[in-house]
Design a protein around this ligand. Structure first.
Ligand code: NAP
Length: 322
């Protein structure tokens, strides 16, 4: 089958190990797993990290990339694929399972004609969502959902600052926070992306590092080092910084005095549960919320999509289709 896979890893030149080509379908699939014919799969920054060797080990190569998919199962049902694979014995929140992995880390990913996942990882795709829209939900949008509502406890009427507005997670944060009745402020390095963020529902937009009209209740971070100091300085006393990514670097100055003196909460967040994915799907349908898609490309053109993501030249999600 046609697939997009990592043949080698390179921290400096991630695209050098990317191959679009034929692979064998797995000969043995574990009991209780289902085959999904992939109709759409979206890119995440995670796929670039994998090619850089972060979260993907050299001894697992070659590895089909991709965390997100929507498609059709063997019984003809339209499904969204939950990307977090927990141990079969694990009970409760699967994001807390120390043995969990995300598709494309241990098990083959979604950038292929078919993907195999535990049957419990399939969530019904409502007809209101296209395959491309549904394929944006399992990683970036689920991460944003959990950050805001589970981990930061965002309240209607509160103000949230979203850093790096153009990203896949960031655009989801803007749309979901707005849908939940929060006041949404966003930063982006690019004037064009700031305007697009405003069109998406941000109530005000700022350059990175700008002084805000007032301090905020919640800051949602995926950028990391480049925006960390601004994020801490933007919070009200008692405010919450929720973080799920560190694209620009993971070791900024911690500013410990500010954290304890202003009684700030710094909260980590990773992916989400199957239950949260079901609630996110329902929110999209009931509140007419749709993922922000930058472009859809055929699977064969995956390299162009990876290059655009690596260049930071994207607003929202890139989707590969079959
Ligand atoms: N923990 C989890 O479960 C989880 C899940 C999903 C994603 N993540 C992580 O979250 C991060 C974002 O993922 P994504 O898929 O949304 O990535 P993405 O679509 O590539 O977005 C990254 C955004 O970060 C901003 N940015 C990048 N470098 C920056 C810099 N030096 N200074 C300021 N802003 C910068 C950019 O926003 P502007 O151009 O608008 O400034 C860019 O659009 C990644 O590190 C990813 O691994 C983690």
């Amino acid at each position: 089958m046609l697939a997009v896979f990592a043949k080698s890893l390179s921290a400096d030149d991630p695209l050098s190990g990317l191959i679009v080509g034929e692979v064998d379908e797995p000969s043995r699939v574990p009991d209780g797993w289902a085959r999904v014919q992939v109709r759409a799969a979206s890119l995440n920054h995670h796929d670039l990290w994998s090619l850089r060797g972060v979260g993907l080990r050299a001894d697992a190569l070659p590895m089909i990339l991709g965390c997100d998919a929507a498609g059709v199962d063997e019984d003809g049902n339209e499904v969204v694929v939950h990307a977090v694979v927990s141990d079969p014995e694990w009970r409760g929140d699967e994001t807390l399972d120390p043995r969990r992995s995300i598709l494309s880390e241990v098990h083959a990913g979604t950038f292929a004609e078919s993907v195999w996942v535990p049957r419990r990882n399939l969530v019904p795709k409502p007809p209101e969502l296209s395959f491309a829209e549904a394929a944006c939900l399992p990683t970036a949008w689920l991460t944003a959902y959990r950050m805001l509502f589970t981990r930061a406890g965002l309240q209607p009427g509160a103000t949230v600052l979203v850093q790096g507005a153009g990203g896949g997670v960031a655009t989801a944060l803007i749309v979901l926070a707005q849908a939940a009745g929060a006041r949404v402020w966003a930063t982006s390095r690019s004037e064009e992306k700031r305007e697009r963020a405003r069109a998406l529902g941000a109530d005000a937009v700022f350059e990175p590092g700008a002084r805000l009209p007032e301090r905020v209740d919640v800051v949602a971070e995926t950028v990391g080092a480049a925006t960390w100091d601004h994020s801490l300085k933007s919070l009200k006393p008692g405010g919450t910084l929720v973080i799920s990514g560190a694209t620009s670097g993971q070791n900024p100055e911690a500013s410990l005095n500010r954290i304890f003196f202003l009684q700030l909460s710094v909260v980590g967040s990773t992916m989400g549960t199957r239950d949260e994915l079901e609630r996110l799907v329902r929110l999209c349908v009931e509140r007419d919320v749709r993922p922000v898609i930058e472009s859809e490309l055929p699977l064969e053109q995956a390299r162009d999509a990876f290059a655009a993501l690596a260049a930071g030249d994207v607003f929202g999600k890139l989707v590969l289709t079959r």
